[in-house]
Design a protein around this ligand. Structure first.
Ligand code: UDP
Length: 411
């Protein structure tokens, strides 16, 4: 296990985006937790929403005086193959979970568990990857409540993967899901729903001055900011459906002839499928100079693209939450997104974007055209999106929900 290096952050940084009462409540929750030592465990320090959340939550908790810690598993490619299969299986698609896969999973988890000092009062295991350390952690810290923080949509899983994970989950003390329906199939002693959030003060989401924005635009040459742009930001993962996005773009381009598509993607450290999918998407787009397939961009550049695109699209087939939707809405960019997982929590159809069924690229294209042809609608949806995120999906709200759970489980 290793502790990722983290930026410093202060709670004061959030005062301009949240009300004073919430800041007071956060201080009060933190006071209650001042003697508690908390550990989060996940399987990657970069790439994907879980790393994004922890990178914000842990530094702010520390500033509040909470002893909050984050350890990332050390693992081999064969472990990530297994856990990606598990992730796919929990989302509804998968090859059989063999004895050998289970043995790899257990062995890597036990090795990582041996690195944990038995000094924590609460242990939070994120997603299925670290659940295999449950028994060792319980044995080492019998009094510490163990929380399973599940970020995945479990509504249509392959049964054998669900029961493998449920066997662990049902022996934890508490589970947190991103939506109510995700936890229905799992029988944990207590459950809570916490919607994720974005961090408005990071390089990814903060406002950009003109000079910085202009420099970022230059980095993106030959993309033209004088012609319409639609962007999707997603790991290269089959569930993010970059091919569906390409199809919607091609259809929309029959009407918006100078439309450009940007597909921004990264490879999460624990996702072995990324590179192959990236190569397939890049090959498919190679003969169209108006499709830009960009990898591993700095956060400021992602920020600029989400901000300066006319529309953002998120054509996922499954989506635990989809932080990228709130990231775009916060920047006043309307989003056309699939009606799956956490996306409908964020997009109100016809208010700040449009929802489409995940297999309906024709409809997605029609919605893109509607937005591209109507500047006023885009502006209205943009400001609606900003307010929707301000109200529901900024970090201080999620932090309050999370600290409330920590206080409750120690009660
Ligand atoms: N992300 C990024 N660069 C990329 C692709 C993704 O910075 O090339 C970030 C994105 O901005 C978001 C997170 O990774 O903060 C993805 O979280 P989300 O919940 O949308 O999806 P997940 O990857 O967890 O399935």
């Amino acid at each position: 296990m290793h502790a990722p290096s983290l930026p410093g952050q202060t709670i004061e940084a959030y005062e301009s985006v949240t009300d004073d009462d919430r800041i007071r409540r956060l201080h009060s929750l933190a006071d209650t937790l001042e003697d508690a030592s908390i550990l989060h465990v996940n399987s990657t320090a970069t790439g994907g929403g879980v790393a994004e959340l922890l990178r914000s939550i842990v530094p702010v908790c520390r500033d509040l005086g909470i002893d909050d810690n984050w350890l990332v598993m050390d693992a081999t490619d064969d472990f990530y193959e297994v856990t990606k299969a598990m992730h796919n299986g929990l989302q509804g698609e998968g090859a059989p979970l063999t004895e050998e896969m289970q043995a790899t999973y257990r062995e890597v988890n036990e090795r990582n568990a041996a690195d944990i000092d038995a000094t924590y009062d609460i242990v939070v295991l994120h997603d299925p990857q670290p659940m295999g350390m449950l028994d060792s952690v319980q044995e080492a810290m019998p009094d510490a409540p163990i929380i399973w923080r599940c970020h995945i949509d479990l509504t249509d899983p392959v049964e054998e993967y669900l029961s493998f994970v449920a066997d662990y989950a049902e022996r934890t003390d508490h589970a947190i899901f991103s939506r109510g329906v995700y936890g229905e199939a799992i029988d944990v002693p207590t459950k809570r729903i916490i919607h994720p959030s974005i961090d408005p003060v990071t390089a990814k989401n903060r406002s950009l001055d003109e000079e910085t924005a202009a420099a970022e635009c230059d980095h993106l040459d030959p993309l033209s900011f004088d012609a319409p742009i639609v962007t999707q930001v997603s790991r290269f993962d089959p569930w993010k459906d970059q091919f569906g996005t390409l199809d919607a773009y091609r259809r929309a381009r029959k009407t918006i002839s100078d439309l450009q598509l940007v597909l921004v993607g990264g490879m999460a450290g624990d996702d072995p499928e990324g590179l192959e999918l990236y190569e397939r998407v890049a090959a498919e787009a190679a003969d169209d100079p108006d499709v830009h397939v960009l990898t591993d961009l700095p956060d400021l550049t992602v920020n600029l693209l989400q901000r300066r695109s006319d529309v953002v699209v998120q054509k996922s087939l499954r989506e635990g939450f989809g932080l990228v939707v709130s990231e775009a809405l916060w920047k006043r960019t309307p989003v056309v997104g699939s009606n799956v997982g956490g996306i409908p929590l964020q997009i109100e159809d016809g208010y700040n974007g449009y929802l489409v069924e995940p297999d309906d690229t024709k409809r997605a294209a029609d919605r893109l055209v509607t937005l591209f042809e109507d500047d006023e609608r885009r502006a209205t949806f943009g400001s609606n999106g900003r307010e929707h995120v301000r109200e529901h999906f900024l970090l201080p709200r999620q932090l309050e929900d999370l600290l409330t759970v920590f206080v409750d489980v120690l009660d």
